[in-house]
Write a protein that binds this ligand. Structure first.
Ligand SMILES: *[C@@H]1O[C@H](CO)[C@@H](O)[C@H](O)[C@H]1NC(C)=O
Ligand SMILES: *[C@@H]1O[C@H](CO)[C@@H](O)[C@H](O)[C@H]1NC(C)=O
Ligand SMILES: [Ca+2]
Ligand SMILES: [Ca+2]
Ligand SMILES: [Ca+2]
Length: 360
């Protein structure tokens, strides 16, 4: 997604948030935790308002059209004005009814419209944590599905709505930064492909492709285990192949777990390293295998769904002024900028994400 457009759309909100942050009126532990994690969470959080997603996609599509149109039928380069500087919110048809006189998205109006859609169970004029969370998880799943569909469309050459490894392979070699694939790279992708191919028919259907692209969001036990094993393999100083002893756990893993747990439980009790290790070490051999680490995967390698949950906590912490653990429309209106502040990274790269968010 183009940073420029998000910037135009949300520039005010972003600046505002940083100002609010520096002189925040959120007191105590909650506020501390939000300040510490806010940036990290916002970077990965789903977009709260589907209309903003619509705008982003529209812009993305036009950018691609522009690229496709770069050469016209006679193979003559056609110059077009860069979209980044010319697309504005008002050019996206669906939004016209939600614009301010200044041509920006009227987020007040949007919150009025969205509130009843979130306030569903029970419909009582309040949005509880669960109502907010299910809304945001829904946005996260839509994004996963959309990304998967885009990838599927771009790779599925024979139109069987699935991707064979042959169809996938040109795609990775094209996307590799240094155009020569490292030795073993193709084998690595092949292994990942085979794990994702749940029914072993040598093609990935939509569900399997989603797991393949987003292992951390997978429900497939094998996929998750493979991911953890792979991450452990990349830790340099592991003496025992593919397992963590207590020192390694404490040094490389525990603090990540602890900080997210701390955030999730709002500063509640988080088990100390020794106790957590003992709890995870089910077979009591003083090592944690990839399988034994699975229960804490959402903390170590949070995927879209895990981030959706953190984002829910973040929004609650920011907007629940009277701390009754539910949001009124007024509380949301008081914190509009918080709900319209997701900033997303460029690109399609789950691999980028992998590296960027690699904590181990
Ligand atoms: C946004 O919409 C609300 C509700 O319709 C309206 O009262 C307000 O004036 C609008 N804000 C701007 C800046 O246009
Ligand atoms: C894809 O195949 C799996 C079996 O590997 C099946 O469970 C799933 O429902 C299929 N998904 C779609 C979208 O057909
Ligand atoms: Ca398959
Ligand atoms: Ca063990
Ligand atoms: Ca409240």
């Amino acid at each position: 997604m183009s940073k420029a457009v998000v910037y135009m759309l949300l520039a005010t909100a972003t600046l505002f948030l940083f100002i609010v942050r520096s002189q925040t009126n959120i007191e105590g532990k909650k506020g501390d935790l939000n300040r510490r994690f806010g940036y990290k969470i916002l970077e990965r959080a789903p977009i709260f308002d589907p209309i903003v997603t619509t705008i982003e996609r529209e812009v993305e599509q036009r950018k691609q059209q522009k690229n496709n149109n770069y050469f016209d039928d006679n193979n003559v380069a056609v110059r077009r004005t860069g979209l980044g500087s010319t697309t504005s919110v008002s050019e996206v048809a669906e939004t016209y009814q939600y614009l301010t006189s200044g041509g920006e998205l009227n987020t007040t109006l949007r919150l009025y419209i969205l509130f009843p859609l979130l306030d569903r169970k029970p419909k009582d004029g309040f949005i509880g944590f669960d109502e907010l969370e299910s809304w945001i998880i829904q946005r996260a799943m839509e994004r996963l599905d959309y990304d998967t569909q885009v990838e599927l469309d771009s790779m599925d050459m024979n139109g069987d709505l699935a991707v064979s490894f042959k169809e996938y392979l040109p795609h990775i070699s094209k996307n590799e930064e240094k155009n020569d694939m490292a030795q073993g790279e193709a084998e690595w992708w092949m292994e990942r492909f085979n794990i994702a191919d749940y029914d072993h028919d040598a093609i990935l259907n939509f569900t399997e492709l989603r797991d393949f692209l987003h292992p951390e969001d997978s429900q497939n036990h094998e996929m998750l285990t493979w991911m953890v094993r792979d991450k452990l393999k990349r830790m340099d100083d592991l003496e025992i192949d593919g397992k963590l002893n207590f020192n390694e756990f404490e040094e490389h893993v525990y603090s990540t777990y602890e900080s997210y747990m701390d955030f999730e439980t709002n500063g509640g009790d988080v088990p100390i390293a020794k106790d957590k290790f003992a709890e995870l070490d089910v077979n009591n051999d003083q090592f944690l295998s990839p399988e034994e680490l699975l229960p804490i995967v959402p903390y170590l390698y949070p995927g879209e769904i895990a981030y959706a949950k953190y984002y829910t906590s973040y929004l609650m912490n920011e907007a629940d002024d009277d701390e009754d653990e539910r949001l009124t429309l007024q509380e949301m209106l008081n914190h509009e900028s918080v709900f319209y502040n997701t900033v997303h990274e460029d690109g399609d790269g789950y691999e980028e994400n992998d590296d960027e968010h690699d904590e181990l």
